[in-house]
Ligand binder design. Structure first.
Ligand SMILES: *Cc1c(COP(=O)(O)O)cnc(C)c1O
Length: 347
């Protein structure tokens, strides 16, 4: 069986025509026009007009930076909206299923739940790598999506290229590679291989390396055909004007983003030297991201102790294979010194 997008689109979505908004019907070419088409308030305050439903300006900047065609991009209110659109476009409630690979990002499971889609879980194997054979065994004719988070949250590692390739070649649904942390990694983005694999979907975000978690901007990169399906069901004005304008300005500042990433990677290196010397830290896992997963003697106890010293970390112990682990985000130099000082003073 080969991948065929038509085979996996939900029946109701196939027949849908997207809502045509005023800003879809008339696209400004920059000339002075009188806009009396959208029942907006005409008095200018910077946000009195509806935003561009296709976010053309922002997509152009992102497309150039990521060496893509804007036709391969869909933007959403955070990756979380993008992921939800994938469920709503391709997964038939109570009928279809998805595969997720715990320990991993919690939203895939939450979205499966809200969309009434069965979530088939296949645990990561040794060194938190993919167990490709077990994954393929879980797949049946109703499996629509496999979620691969690489670098993975909360374990921090990237997945081996050969394993991902095997899934892309052998699975006839969509392989979603969540690259929220790709800008901290030495691995090349799977975006470069979009042409090769029509069933590849990559998601990225402005929430991590780009430093804009507060404006909510998620990026979906896929074949033009897949993007068209998602465009049919996305809310017309899902990315607001303030977000579009702010993102467009900040994304263009490549030097700032690069220097912040470099600084965080330096800080990670320092923490990697210091953390193993803390008496109750048993293991620091390798990380391609802006956080470190550490195994401690008693995660609940250490979490509470750190809180009392004013440092908030994430206790990941409830996740499979993550017993007694804490996830530490790399902060500024000052913040990391506070973390290390606090850790060294715990008894
Ligand atoms: C933080 C994170 C995101 C980002 O989600 P947004 O909704 O874009 O803020 C996506 N995926 C993973 C795995 C993350 O850790």
């Amino acid at each position: 069986m080969k991948f065929n997008l038509e085979n996996i689109i939900r029946e109701n979505v196939k027949g849908l025509k997207p809502y045509s908004s005023a800003r879809d019907e008339y696209v400004s070419d920059g000339s002075e026009m009188v806009f009396l088409d959208a029942n907006e308030n005409p008095f200018d305050n910077g946000v009195n007009r509806y935003p561009d439903p296709q976010q053309r300006g922002l997509k152009a900047v992102l497309a150039e930076q990521k060496k893509l065609d804007p036709k391969n991009i869909l933007l959403g209110n955070g990756s979380d909206e993008v992921l939800d659109l994938l469920f709503r476009a391709f997964c038939e409630p109570k009928t279809d299923n998805i595969v997720t690979l715990p320990p991993t990002y919690g939203m895939y499971k939450v979205l499966a739940g809200t969309n009434e889609i069965e979530n088939r879980e296949v645990l990561l194997a040794k060194d938190f790598q993919l167990d490709v054979d077990s994954i393929l065994k879980q797949v049946d004719s109703r499996t629509k999506l496999i979620f691969i988070c690489s670098p993975n949250n909360p374990t921090g590692n990237s997945f081996d290229e050969a394993s991902i390739l095997k899934l892309l070649k052998n699975f006839t649904g969509l392989v979603i590679i969540d690259e929220a942390y790709i800008d901290f990694s030495e691995q090349t983005s799977w975006v470069a291989r979009l042409e090769e694999f029509p069933n590849l979907v990559v998601t990225q975000t402005l929430s991590k390396a780009y430093g804009m978690a507060g404006i909510r901007l998620g990026i979906c990169i896929a074949s033009e055909a897949t993007i068209s399906v998602l465009n049919k069901i996305k809310p017309p004005y899902n990315v607001n004007e303030l977000t579009q304008a702010y993102a467009q300005k900040r994304v263009a500042n490549v030097l700032r983003i690069k220097s912040e990433v470099t600084e965080l990677l330096e800080q990670k290196k320092l923490l990697l030297q210091v953390l193993p010397k803390v008496s109750f830290i048993k293991k620091v896992y390798p990380s391609d991201a802006n956080f470190l997963l550490v195994k401690v003697d008693d995660a609940d106890k250490r979490y509470e102790q750190l809180l009392k010293k004013g440092v908030v970390v994430r206790n990941r112990s409830s996740q499979p294979l993550c017993e007694n682990t804490l996830r530490l985000t790399i902060g500024t130099s000052e913040e990391n010194i506070k973390l290390v000082t606090a850790l060294k003073n715990l008894s």
